[in-house]
Design a protein around this ligand. Sequence first.
Ligand code: GRF
Length: 214
Amino acid sequence: MKNVVILISGRGSNMEAIVRACADERWDARIAAVVSNRADAAGLAFARDRGIATEVVDHRAFASRDAFDDALADRIEGHGADVVALAGFMRILGAAFVRRFDGRLVNIHPSLLPAFPGLQTHRRALEAGCKASGASVHFVTADLDHGPIIGQAVVPVLADDTEATLAARVLVAEHRLYPRAIAWLLEGRLERRGSVVRHRNGASQLLLPGDPRP
Ligand code: GRF
């Protein structure tokens, strides 16, 4: 059975979606731990209630970014992580950390990468007049929000959308996309060649609105 470690900094709704999918779809894996850099991350309570190990590694307790990264990496390894999922984890991880977890470290970003890496993605998509937006799950590389894309979910941008309505629509898509992408990784269904990731069975890595798949 494989171990998934999820890193959060706040609400943790993607973490919840992964935890639920793991149980409901009977993955041959367990959520070994939920780790946060903030003790007040709301998502920690959900994990604790489900009997999942939680850990707090407070970045403010470390003298340097590297020292934080090393401590965090050791905790994650302590849970035997096969997959490390960043789910609203608001710290930039250094190159050594990223190298250490290469191929095991994934992130979800609320835009159709490579558009709009970084923050305020929904505002930027609206300002750019995009007619579609969405979310991307990607392998993490040292280049922020720019790793090889595992899967993407598309949602329409409506004429009367605000940042909040667009964010809510994208979040629903995130909750479908992220568990699926992690399941593929756990099952060994992904093949990564340079910056391109393909599903070995040729399954679509794109979730469209109305897609009947769960
Ligand atoms: C999500 O929109 C995710 O794409 C981004 O941060 C947000 C986290 O939300 N990286 P939650 O904590 O999973 O609810």
